[in-house]
Design a protein. Structure first.
Length: 222
């Protein structure tokens, strides 16, 4: 009488065992699939969609802007002790002002350059009660005025030469009171003029004055 129930129980146990085995196989398969996912993968797309930052282009270094032209005072442009060495032990300062008093006589280019100057120093040294002395004028000058002045001086017998940034124009001639000489230095926007008794004197003075202007203007290419 119990054989039917026993057989049914056996069949039920077999069915449960089959279902348990199928579920276990499914779990094993899911675990295997999970193991196949690359370690760097992520459900988030933030890393793959990030935009690389553009590298900044280095800006060029601006060129230094020259400071306004500084012309030292006469006692700095040529100290009295140096003036005495270059000229005479009896040399004194005879005058100093901020002007361009020279006139071009037959050279209107000198008048034009002097009239267009915006800053200047005019210095005079000499021996009292004598005709001996020399004058220094330092001023700014435009490129056009410098070119016109150079051409005019060369046309009237001045000797011209260039060394580095300096253009030198000089002339020595006889006057009613003896030998006179003039030296002009044109350096970029700078004009140095020296009038004296010989080109040796005027060149030596012009060199000394230019050195002092250079020292006072380190940002300028003099």
């Amino acid at each position: 009488m119990n054989s039917g129930r026993d057989e049914s129980s056996v069949i039920a146990r077999r069915e449960r065992a089959r279902m348990t085995g199928a579920a276990a196989s499914a779990m094993i398969a899911l675990g295997a699939l999970a193991g196949c996912v690359p370690s760097g993968s992520s459900t988030s797309s933030s890393s793959s969609s990030s935009v690389p930052t553009a590298s900044s282009t280095p800006s060029s270094t601006p060129l230094p802007t020259p400071e306004p032209l500084i012309i030292p005072g006469c006692d700095t442009l040529l100290p009295l002790s140096e003036a005495k060495t270059l000229f005479s032990p009896s040399t004194v300062v005879l005058g100093a002002d901020d002007a361009v008093p020279i006139r071009g006589d037959d050279l209107p280019e000198i008048d034009t350059a002097a009239g267009n100057a915006s800053v200047a120093k005019h210095c005079i040294w000499g021996v009292p009660n004598s005709d001996g002395g020399f004058t220094v004028i330092v001023t700014d000058i435009s490129e056009a005025d410098a070119t016109n002045l150079q051409d005019a001086l060369l046309a009237t017998g001045f000797t011209g030469a260039s060394a580095g940034t300096v253009t030198t124009l000089e002339k020595e001639f006889e006057t009613a009171v003896g030998v006179s000489a003039q030296t002009h230095y044109l350096v970029s926007d700078l004009w140095v003029y020296v009038s004296g008794t010989s080109t040796e004197l005027t060149v030596n003075v012009a060199d000394a004055v230019l050195d002092e202007v250079r020292a006072a203007n380190p940002t300028r290419t003099y």
